[in-house]
Each structure stands twice: as structure tokens, then as C-alpha cells.
Design a protein around this ligand. Structure first.
Ligand SMILES: O=P(O)(O)OC[C@H]1O[C@H](OP(=O)(O)OP(=O)(O)O)[C@H](O)[C@@H]1O
Ligand SMILES: Nc1nc2[nH]cnc2c(=O)[nH]1
Length: 170
């Protein structure tokens, strides 16, 4: 199976600079901490690169959910681990690697909203625009078509997560 580069390492890093400066600007009047929630496993690379470029008071939190087997969604979001602090009255930024059908984010947003955060926003490094999922991603990265992509955290059966670029299997 040959891998083709869709988004290079350089393009990813440049986009993250841009997203970080949008995030800095958006929260510039907030003096409290921003809680950045990393959606494991896929978002680990994006999260790690992004938080280093944000000049705000950022706290980390992590959740692990999964719903894909290979390149097919099971349609069921399985929670493997969840937050370790309440989010009531916190400004929360969900950090995702990809929005595809939107099922994962719909699930996460539904449960996080129950905690009454002061605000809840989303950033995702990749978005597939083929679905009408109605999720508002405040800080969107790259829009791609209907391709199954890997690399930069994204896997195919746990493989390829450590690639520094985003590619697709031909
Ligand atoms: O919009 P959706 O169709 O719900 O797809 C997006 C989700 O799919 C992937 O997670 P996956 O279930 O593969 O778990 P992983 O992050 O551990 O790889 C990805 O990391 C997103 O969280
Ligand atoms: N690795 C990977 N996971 C996904 N989850 C939803 N869409 C995708 C995709 O294109 N690639």
C-alpha cells in the first residue's frame, strides 16, 4: 500500500501557528485559565504542537473515545477514559484531529455541555466537508474531501500515527 502526502509537515505547522494566533485573539480578554481538552488518541500530536504556540493560561485535560474499526465507523462512540476535573464555569476548548461524520464531537459536546462550562469551542486540524453534521468548529484547520487520511495522530488500525504529515492510502 503506497502512502501519498496530502498535507505536508510544513503546511501543518504553518496552519497551527495561524490557529494559535486566532485562539490567542479570541480569548484575549479572559483572565481565567482555558481548559484544552485533548481527544485521544488521534489528537495527541495536534494538541501537543498547538498548546506550545498559545500564549494564554492553558490547563490540560484528556478524554479517550473511539468509534472506528479500520476506516469504517461503528457508529457507536466508546468512552475509554474521561475528564479528571469538573468543567463548570471553565472556558473549554476541545482539540480534535478530524471531524468526519461528526458523531464523536456530537457525543463529546452533549456530555461536556451538561457540566455548564462558561464557554465551549472546538478546533480540529482536519475537517471533511461532505457531511451535514451541524457542528460549529470555531477554529477549523484543513478542509478535505472524502478521503480516509492517516498520519499526524490519525491511524489505520493503530498504524501511521507517528507520521509528521497527513497522507492517504492509494
Ligand atoms: O466525526 P467522526 O466520524 O466521529 O470521526 C472522527 C473521530 O474518529 C477518529 O477517532 P477514532 O474512533 O478512530 O479513535 P482514535 O482517535 O483513538 O484513533 C478521530 O480521532 C475522531 O475522534
Ligand atoms: N485515521 C482516520 N480516522 C478517521 N476518523 C474519521 N475519519 C477518519 C480518517 O479519515 N482517518
Amino acid at each position: 500500500m503506497a502512502l501519498k502526502v496530502l498535507i505536508s509537515e510544513e503546511e501543518i505547522q504553518k496552519k497551527i501557528e495561524d490557529l494559535a494566533s486566532q485562539i490567542d485573539d479570541y480569548y484575549k480578554n479572559i483572565t481565567d485559565e482555558i481548559v484544552a481538552v485533548c481527544v485521544l488518541k488521534g489528537s495527541v500530536n495536534f494538541f501537543s504542537d498547538l498548546v506550545k504556540k498559545i500564549h494564554l493560561n492553558v490547563n490540560y485535560n484528556f478524554i479517550q473515545v473511539s468509534s472506528y474499526s479500520g476506516d469504517i465507523t461503528t457508529g457507536k462512540v466508546k468512552v475509554k477514559s474521561w475528564l479528571d476535573e469538573p468543567l463548570e464555569n471553565k472556558h473549554v476548548l476541545i482539540v480534535e484531529d478530524i471531524v468526519d461524520t461528526g458523531n464523536t464531537l456530537k457525543y463529546i459536546v452533549r456530555y461536556l455541555e451538561m457540566q455548564n462550562p462558561s464557554s465551549l469551542e472546538i478546533t480540529s486540524i482536519v475537517l471533511k466537508t461532505i457531511h451535514e453534521h451541524g457542528i460549529q468548529v470555531r477554529f477549523p484547520g484543513f478542509e478535505i474531501g472524502d478521503k480516509f487520511v492517516v498520519g499526524y495522530g490519525l491511524d489505520y488500525n493503530e498504524k501511521y500515527r507517528n507520521l509528521p504529515y497527513i497522507g492517504y492510502i492509494e
